[in-house]
Write a protein that binds this ligand. Sequence first.
Ligand code: APR
Length: 266
Amino acid sequence: MTSCVTSQREPKTHQGTTENIQSVFTGRCWDYDVTKYNNILPRVDAGCNELWDKFFDAFSFSSPCDVQKANYDSFYALADQNLPEDKVMFWSGVYTLSHRFAEAGHNYVTLEDTIIGYLVNSLVWCGQLTKPGVNYTACPEWSDCPLEASESFWAGASATFAKQAKGKVTLMVDGSNPDKPAYRRSSFFGKHELPSMSDAVNEVHVLVTHTLDKPKIEFCGSGSLVDLEEDVTKRGFSYECEDDPVAVMHLLCANEPSSRECLMAL
Ligand code: APR
């Protein structure tokens, strides 16, 4: 599952704003309903240029390290979508696997399937005080400053997404990473999503996945998953946890049929 820990969201080292970002953003926007999400998520009333203007206003002509989450509020409001009950999926450390499993909203809806996440997923952006208001040469890393333009965006987008979740929500985590516990209170899930869920949520269903052919480090009921159960139940939600669900194993084994776990299952 090595391929499952990378994220499209990761900004490249000090890369500047994505070239032609406005065209990429509006092109994705025009395509959004037509291609993938028709019948899965509601259309937003706002036009694509209007969405771009709100997004652009949030960070342009500002220092890249001085963008509050609230700067994006009018963009989030304009792009608001009702999320289907029991279908929301959160993830930590398993970008690729969680999105393969979610199947672009057919099984689950992730933040990156909503129009808010979809329009800018994998893009880099930051502002500058002088014209053209956007820095195409270099943007800071998330860790370089606390109010970095895209980190603030994703923090606010995560909270907005979690606020909209209803019913049973699903969280996929990685039980095989020696460097990162499956659940961290400092992760986006721990910091912005779990605390933002409303009482429209009744259950958090955790899927703990393990990389094929690698040591399995954490399981339901062990390590950081004990903290997760505590944090979830403290918020009044039911907690359910599953290690290596069969449907996830099928997906992994389709890619790597000769791994130890897949041969054992035959
Ligand atoms: N610097 C750079 N990139 C970061 C940083 C950081 N400090 N923190 C997070 N990221 C980016 C990385 O690209 C990383 O792969 O966010 C990605 C997700 O981080 P994870 O540790 O995998 O998980 P988590 O922090 O919980 O974020 C994922 O947040 O946006 C939501 O709905 C989404 O549930 C999901 C969760």
